[in-house]
Write a protein that binds this ligand. Structure first.
Ligand code: GRF
Length: 204
């Protein structure tokens, strides 16, 4: 059974609003989902613009990806803020300064507070590497392997206060192979993430 066979069919052309959705991407690490979203925009599969990339780790690869694509990037180093709320207020300012309307968490590894959630009600999305509500929180792929599930996957959902909760927009299913390692399973899940995140943004 291949991943693609049992993943949801994604309509093409994707439903589009008339004016481009203005996105702020929040990322902490590699940024492959940023890349996938930007590529979907380039292919005109997603009617959106990336107004700003916000990242919290000075060494994050996502900063290089943003720069290679000529996207504005803002470093908000969480270590320089007194509280989660203070970081969230800085995020809100950066999103608004760049005229973005949607907050797209793509590997954002910080817990957010009501401050951010209330500022962008129903306009914050997250991607998580499991079939929620199974395996929320950190090390989701490892959790799935340890549990011995036969299928796992990824989920795009609206963000609410409880971590990895909130209404589900789209999921893709990835079968677990008997010889899967953390790396091999993670790689196949990410392939599906890159497919569903742009599609989910288009219908959110
Ligand atoms: C993804 O696997 C996502 O599910 C999780 O963080 C990872 C980010 O990957 N929330 P990348 O930085 O987009 O490559």
């Amino acid at each position: 059974m291949t991943d693609a066979l049992i993943s949801p069919a994604i309509p093409k052309p994707l439903p589009q609003s008339e004016s481009p959705a203005k996105l702020a991407i929040l990322a902490s690490g590699n940024g492959s989902n940023l890349e996938a979203i930007a590529a979907a925009i380039d292919r005109e599969d997603l009617n959106a613009t990336i107004q700003v990339v916000i990242y919290n780790n000075p060494d994050a690869q996502v900063a290089n990806r943003a720069s290679d694509r000529g996207l504005p990037a803002v470093l908000l180093n969480h270590r320089e803020f007194d509280s989660r709320e203070a970081l969230d207020r800085a995020i809100i300012n950066a999103v608004k300064d760049h005229d973005a309307e949607w907050v797209i968490m793509a590997g954002w590894m910080r817990r957010v507070t009501e401050v951010l959630i209330n500022a962008f009600s129903k306009r914050i999305l997250n991607i998580h590497p499991s079939l929620l509500p199974s395996f929320p929180g950190i090390r989701a792929v490892e959790q799935a392997l340890t549990a011995g599930v036969k299928v796992t996957g990824c989920t795009v959902h609206y963000v609410e206060l409880v971590i990895d909760s909130g209404p589900i927009i789209m999921q893709a299913v990835v079968p677990v192979q008997p010889d899967d390692t953390l790396q091999s399973l993670q790689t196949r899940i990410q392939t599906q993430e890159h497919r569903i995140y742009p599609a989910a943004i288009a219908i959110a």
